[in-house]
Design a protein around this ligand. Structure first.
Ligand SMILES: CC(C)(COP(=O)(O)OP(=O)(O)OC[C@H]1O[C@@H](n2cnc3c(N)ncnc32)[C@H](O)[C@@H]1OP(=O)(O)O)[C@@H](O)C(=O)NCCC(=O)NCCS
Length: 151
């Protein structure tokens, strides 16, 4: 992902999460913090999805829309958001993205916050529920669930 991709990222995020708006500065900060952990999925050169991850304090990931964030030990790789156009789903893009992130995380924790009822989907990809800062979790909505990849 490059800064020029953020128009697309904000457009897709706005279409998929109308109830959880996130600012450009929040996405910009994450891309600046971990450019190798943020990428765009393309089909024939056309963007069809994105993945935004960053190094974060285990159990205390960034709040939704938190642009100013400093990770403290213990630190792990946190999948902040992954989203695909409906036409690009069900083709293994999530599994491929997770392989890439797991490689980057190495022996560190790989975490995410499951929103929009995706907890079962992440369980199928090997994630389990874990303890998290409650004030952070609720910024993602009442039913958000913090999960880490079981190894
Ligand atoms: C989440 C997302 C990236 C998954 O992409 P995908 O290519 O469909 O993922 P996979 O192929 O690995 O898994 C698909 C399975 O998960 C299910 N699934 C996908 N999104 C789901 C959701 N929001 N709630 C429940 N199940 C969901 C699909 O029905 C499918 O189940 P099936 O195999 O039994 O048919 C995609 O659905 C998406 O972009 N959703 C909107 C953004 C979003 O919610 N992102 C996750 C934030 S934590």
């Amino acid at each position: 992902m490059a800064p020029g991709d953020l128009d697309y990222v904000l457009d897709l995020a706005g279409r998929l999460y109308p109830n959880h708006p996130e600012s450009r500065s929040s996405f910009e900060a994450k891309l600046r913090a971990a450019p190798d952990a943020c990428f765009v999925a393309e089909t024939d050169g056309v963007p069809v999805g994105y993945c935004v991850a960053l190094w974060a304090t285990c159990g205390r990931p960034p709040k939704l829309d938190e642009a100013s964030y400093t990770a403290k030990a213990p630190v792990g790789l946190h999948l902040h958001d992954i989203a695909l156009e409906p036409s690009a789903r069900g083709q293994g893009a999530v599994a491929a993205g997770l392989v890439r992130l797991a490689r980057l995380a190495g022996s560190s924790t790989l975490s995410l916050v499951a929103v929009e009822g995706t907890q079962a989907l992440w369980r199928r990809h090997g994630f389990v529920e874990a303890a998290v800062d409650e004030a952070v979790r609720t910024t993602y909505g009442q039913h958000a669930v913090y999960m880490v990849l079981a190894r």
